[in-house]
Design a protein around this ligand. Structure first.
Ligand code: NCD
Length: 339
């Protein structure tokens, strides 16, 4: 079954079928990461605009690398050095970028709902690279791809999410996605970061809150550790050393999980705070696989959203049309379509 997408703003609204399609589309791009020559011509002549209004290392580099490995050009907004500093609004800034005619816009912003807002005002495809505490859909997809690869399937696992779930867009995207595949979700962290409302965010999903970390890890197949935003740790309510004592995922605690449990962390990690070095670097950790899979997922998304628009707006240059004049949905294996 194939699907067409105009934007990727959230995982909440996608079906298990659509999510499976996106994961399957990432597969050939995973293979490309293993080749000595990684560059394709699939999006030659296309331009991807990266509009990161909030700091980012891996997501920005990952989208940029994905775009360039597909042969696209990149337009890069440096928030710190841009007119934002002079008071320009979000909307004026993205309209200005759009006037330079990119084919797709990847946006990160500190406000929840910013990506939807931008998408409502632009005709080109918009990808949400993280909006406030709302969603981070490409991270949810790369987490799912990593789980599927390591554990052979995505369905019906016991998944424990550990940390500041309240402020985490990664946790929300993961919960929406994994809930659609029948995974049972245990949310664990300090009570102020795991409010009761979280039990209701994905109505079909089995979600429970557990405040004791050992109990939350019992029988887990997948453990997703979230970054502690250290600016949110305040003495005397909760200090960094309290957090380590009560919630850090260390080797001894991980033994409560199933023997073949895997550990994910979206990065950046605060080593020694939410995760011990022994676990971060241990055989159960998938942290670096997540980073590698991020490129494949983002290549698939850019391919589906940018190449899929060719028929409606044909490129005036016939040379530029050549590698990409196929509908995304018709291309079974994009790695062979236009190498
Ligand atoms: C996450 C984010 O920015 O939401 N990082 C990322 O994209 N890899 C998680 C985080 O910053 O804690």
């Amino acid at each position: 079954m194939t699907h067409r997408f105009h934007d990727l703003l959230a995982l909440e609204s996608l079906s298990a079928d659509e999510l499976t399609f996106l994961l399957d589309q990432s597969k050939p791009f995973q293979e490309i990461q293993k080749h000595p020559l990684k560059k394709l011509a699939t999006l030659r002549g296309k331009t991807v605009a990266l509009a990161f209004f909030e700091s980012s290392t891996r997501t920005r580099i990952s989208f940029g690398t994905a775009a360039s490995r597909l042969g696209a050009d990149i337009m890069n907004l440096q928030a710190e050095a841009s007119s934002l500093k002079k008071g320009e609004s979000l909307l004026d800034t993205v309209h200005t970028l759009n006037a330079m005619k990119p084919d797709c816009l990847v946006v990160r912003h500190a406000a929840s709902g910013a990506a939807d807002f931008v998408a409502r005002h632009l005709d080109i495809p918009v990808i949400n690279a993280g909006d406030g505490t709302h969603e981070h859909p490409s991270q949810g997809l790369l987490d799912a791809l990593t789980i599927r690869d390591r554990k052979g399937k995505i369905n019906n696992w016991n998944v424990t999410i550990l940390g500041d779930i309240r402020h985490s867009r990664v946790a929300r995207s993961d919960i929406h996605l994994l809930g659609k595949f029948g995974c049972r979700l245990t949310l664990c962290g300090p009570a102020m970061w795991v409010p009761r409302e979280l039990e209701q965010i994905a109505p079909q999903a089995a979600i429970r809150r557990v405040f004791n970390v050992e109990e939350a890890l019992d029988g887990a197949d997948v453990v997703i550790v979230l970054r502690v935003q250290t600016e949110r740790l305040h003495e005397p309510a909760l200090s960094a050393s309290d957090y380590v004592l009560l919630y850090q995922l260390n080797g001894e605690r991980l033994r409560r999980a199933n023997r073949d449990a895997i550990v994910l962390h979206p990065g950046p990690m605060n080593r020694g705070i939410e995760i011990s070095p022994e676990v971060a670097d241990g055989p159960q950790s998938c942290v670096l696989e997540q980073v590698t899979n991020g490129i494949a997922v983002r290549m698939a998304l850019l391919f589906l959203l940018c190449a899929g628009h060719d028929e409606e707006g044909a490129h005036p240059s016939s040379e530029a049309q050549q590698p990409v004049n196929r509908r995304a949905a018709d291309v079974k294996d994009p790695s062979h379509a236009s190498r």
